[in-house]
Design a binder for this molecule. Structure first.
Ligand SMILES: Cc1cc2nc3c(=O)[nH]c(=O)nc-3n(C[C@H](O)[C@H](O)[C@H](O)COP(=O)(O)OP(=O)(O)OC[C@H]3O[C@@H](n4cnc5c(N)ncnc54)[C@H](O)[C@@H]3O)c2cc1C
Length: 293
């Protein structure tokens, strides 16, 4: 493997290098890219541009919105108090990725730009209504995550553009949860589900549900969101509603069969995970409310 390796110290420098060598690839933690190169799944690019030493791309800023730099290691995200407080689904999704060594190197931007259908952070960020900031020499633009993830390995990134940050708006009283199943702890998800709602007068509002690994990209589960919108906590712990949750969760997905699981199993699992996520989030809320009384 022979290629130039650049380690720019600023975003301007990185974007300049990308313009000079259009076929160059950005690399952050390298846990996807270097593995793909080693296994010869992709042809070696003429140059690698490392994003690890660019201050603008690293770290978490807690302003009105939380701004997570794309090259922030996953460990820092899982440990951040604001992430844990307001974005539990994301914190959990990050925590289950690979091993601690992987999470120390791997970045949030890499997980999204690699655009694997099984990327764990994608469904979590979808339920948090995340936006992404894309930077190029022409300036920056912001797009909702759903418009960024276009297909298996496909994103809205244009040539010479870099993912700069993920933007998250805290929502008062929002609760969320992420669940997934892989064959083993270190394996990619066979299916994953994230749920978020805001509890108002004992009812779930602004419900968001998303699934991963069961379509070319992580996707929101519209029929299930409609079913749960306005539902009471007690209902969400009842067999009746949970049966309908299992069915609704499977409607919009399009799973494939591969070495990890069959399409049929992925579909069943999505229903099971969705029901488990809804019930467990509802039970958690009831316990909290009970304790406060
Ligand atoms: C043993 C092992 C276990 C794993 N387990 C999981 C798991 O459980 N769940 C999971 O989701 N993933 C898993 N992964 C995959 C991987 O670790 C994650 O996807 C990780 O977040 C990738 O981040 P990175 O910084 O290493 O990306 P890189 O490998 O550095 O980059 C990935 C891709 O994104 C591009 N890129 C990176 N950053 C940017 C940017 N800011 N702007 C534009 N393009 C960019 C690169 O050019 C490349 O194409 C695992 C990997 C390994 C090796």
């Amino acid at each position: 493997m022979h290629h130039d390796y650049h380690r720019p110290r600023s975003l301007t420098e990185a974007l300049e290098l990308a313009r000079q060598t259009p076929a160059a690839r950005f690399v952050a933690g390298g846990t996807d890219l270097l593995v793909a190169l080693r296994k010869r799944r992709i042809s070696p690019p003429p140059a690698l541009i490392s994003l690890r030493s660019i201050p603008e791309l690293r770290g978490i800023e807690a302003g009105e919105r939380l701004r997570i730099g794309a090259a922030t290691p996953l460990t820092d995200i899982a440990d951040h108090p604001r992430v844990r407080e307001h974005f539990a689904a994301l914190a959990r999704a990050v925590e289950v990725i690979g091993s601690r060594q992987i999470r120390n190197a791997a970045t949030l931007g890499g997980n999204l730009c690699n655009a694997s259908p099984a990327a764990d952070t994608a469904p979590a960020l979808l339920v948090h209504d995340a936006c992404v900031e894309l930077a190029s020499e022409g300036g920056t633009r912001e797009v909702p995550l759903a418009s960024f993830l276009l297909g298996r390995g496909e994103t809205a990134l244009r040539a010479g553009e870099v993912l700069g940050a993920v933007l998250l708006e805290p929502v008062a009283a929002a609760r969320s949860l992420f669940l997934r199943k892989g064959r083993t702890a270190m394996d990619l998800a066979i299916a994953s589900v994230a749920v978020r709602w805001v509890l108002r007068d004992g009812r779930a509002r602004s419900v968001r549900v998303a699934a991963g690994a069961v379509a070319p990209v992580a996707l929101r589960l519209g029929p299930l969101e409609e079913l749960l919108e306005g539902a009471r906590l007690e209902e969400m712990c009842s067999g009746d509603l949970l049966e309908r949750v299992r069915a609704a969760a499977r409607e919009p997905i399009a799973p494939i069969s591969d070495l990890r699981a069959s399409a049929e199993y992925r579909s069943l699992l999505t229903g099971v995970l969705a029901a488990r996520a809804v019930e467990s989030l509802a039970r958690g809320e009831r316990a909290t409310a009970g304790g406060a009384r």
